[in-house]
Design a protein around this ligand. Structure first.
Ligand SMILES: Nc1ncnc2c1ncn2[C@@H]1O[C@H](COP(=O)(O)OP(=O)(O)OP(=O)(O)O)[C@@H](O)[C@H]1O
Length: 322
């Protein structure tokens, strides 16, 4: 196993934009540290500050307060782009590729820009890994998913140590997503770090070892994925009920199981359950009335469920959970 070293750090960073003369706090006293060999899922609702993080890390915007550092050195105000030789970026599902150039021409150009030697065999390796069929067509003539593959190749070609991938699966088909997963898994085994800023929560759940959650520009969770997944119950039982008096049905269910069920839609009611033993007990209690429901689903709670609960908790005015 490689020895971890710190790559990117945000220390008490705040970023305030101006919209029609009014201040917009995009990030508020935000601290984060990314080390080699980890895949970090950066989650947050629309407008919570994720893209701003990526822009600050790449020197596209500068912090109003706090310090952004690369390998322990604050990004210099005059030339904040030097570290990009070691960083690959995909911003808002797009690479920085030039539309009129082909994938091959873009790759050569980006290597030159980052003062890195173009490695033809590594280029072929990436073309195969991303299942790219044509490297000579101008980017503008490619389909959306293939443009994204081109952007990913462009962000990888100079062999970066950290990749910031903002919406890396946007418009990508399932085969492309699988290619990307293999690339991430192979990269992380060699010590490369990845930050996945994405609304594709299944993708984040499958790959991330750590979850960072932002809400309203503030960090509300930072920890192992297993910790994040363990924040609340493990199972979700939902029933499709055909009752005309739904509230009465809910009360009957609550009294027969001793639990508080909640409505998720006009005819669906659900219950969070902590562990498998409790699931068994509740199902036994429900057995006599089970056939009166229109349907039943029992599933494990997903990262999307946890994330939704955390953000709702924040919106109700609570503080950070971890
Ligand atoms: N150039 C800008 N000028 C003014 N306000 C901005 C600018 N860029 C971002 N903002 C505001 O800053 C806040 C954070 O935006 P940001 O793009 O970082 O969010 P995000 O988490 O990436 O959102 P999304 O999930 O929708 O991509 C939002 O309120 C946004 O409107």
């Amino acid at each position: 196993m490689h020895k971890r070293s710190e790559l990117l750090t945000f220390d008490g960073v705040s970023k305030i934009y101006r919209k029609s003369g009014e201040p917009v706090v995009a990030l508020d006293s935000f601290s984060l540290s990314i080390s080699t060999g980890e895949i970090v899922g950066l989650l947050g609702p629309n407008g919570s500050g994720k893209t701003t993080c990526v822009k600050l890390a790449t020197g596209l915007v500068s912090a109003d307060e706090g310090i952004v550092s690369w390998r322990g050195d604050p990004l210099p105000k005059q030339s904040p782009f030097k570290h990009l030789r070691e960083m690959g970026v995909l911003l808002e599902g797009r690479g920085a590729a030039y539309d009129r150039l082909s994938i091959l021409e873009n790759s050569r150009y980006f290597c030159k820009l980052r003062e890195s030697k173009f490695d033809a065999s590594y280029f072929s390796e990436l073309v195969d890994a991303l299942e790219i069929e044509d490297v000579n067509t101008p980017i503008r003539q490619l389909s959306t998913g293939n443009k994204l593959r081109a952007g990913l190749l462009g962000s990888l070609i100079h062999k970066p140590t950290l990749l910031l991938l903002d919406e890396p699966t946007l418009g990508m088909d399932i085969f492309g997503v699988e290619c990307l997963e293999r690339i991430l898994q192979s990269g992380v085994s060699k010590g490369v770090a990845f930050v996945l800023s994405s609304h594709d929560l299944d993708f984040v759940e499958r790959l991330s070892s750590r979850i960072v959650c932002i809400s309203g520009g503030r960090k509300v969770f930072d920890g192992d994925r297993s910790h994040f997944m363990g924040l609340s119950s493990r199972y979700l039982l939902s029933l499709d009920i055909a009752e005309t008096n739904l509230e009465a049905a809910r009360e009957a269910l609550s009294s027969s199981t001793g639990r508080v069920w909640r409505f998720v839609s006009a005819s669906q009611i659900e219950l969070h359950i902590d562990d498998y033993q409790q699931v068994c007990k509740i199902l036994i209690d429900l057995l006599p009335v089970l056939s009166t429901f229109r349907g039943m689903e029992l599933r494990s709670v997903s990262l999307a469920d946890r994330y939704k609960a955390l953000i709702e908790f924040q919106r109700e005015g609570e503080g950070p959970m971890a």
